[in-house]
Design a protein around this ligand. Sequence first.
Ligand code: HEC
Length: 142
Amino acid sequence: MDPVDVRCAQRARERVSLHEVAWQPYRLPHPFVLLLLVIAMFGVTFATSAGAADAAPTARRAAQLTYMVRQDCGSCHGMTLAGGLGPALVPAALKGKPAAYIKQVILYGNKNTAMPGWSPLLSEADAEWIAERLLTGFPDGR
Ligand code: HEC
């Protein structure tokens, strides 16, 4: 065969093999790699949600909490928190009570009283935020 023909034939073969490579069906990564990816995704999700629970409430959450305290807590403690079925929650009434105690009552309630625990609805940071503000004068929210 003429040397030029030989090179042509070689190139033709190369072209065919390149073509084959390009048209290989997509192969999934090794199952172990997939498993690592899934674990990493769960890790990121968990880290961000746990971080959100610990961080101080955002402005949006603070507005929600203010509304909730005025409406839900207010239904027992009075809309102005000056007392009703439940005792007054104004700074003068709470004077000397530690924020940690107030936070505890908010989260877990007082046994054998009408005061319910709010831990299903409030995070630790939420309860802390409310406790601190009850002690210093709760925001109006209007
Ligand atoms: C169903 C009525 C009711 C609701 C709703 C309610 N409370 Fe109470 N709360 C009470 C009663 C009754 C007490 C008094 C319990 C006792 O005698 O120990 C109390 C006690 C407390 C105390 C302790 C006060 C003190 O001087 O020791 C805090 C703080 C408090 N509530 C905060 C809240 C907050 C914040 C909310 C809303 C997230 C809320 N409460 C919702 C009825 C209620």
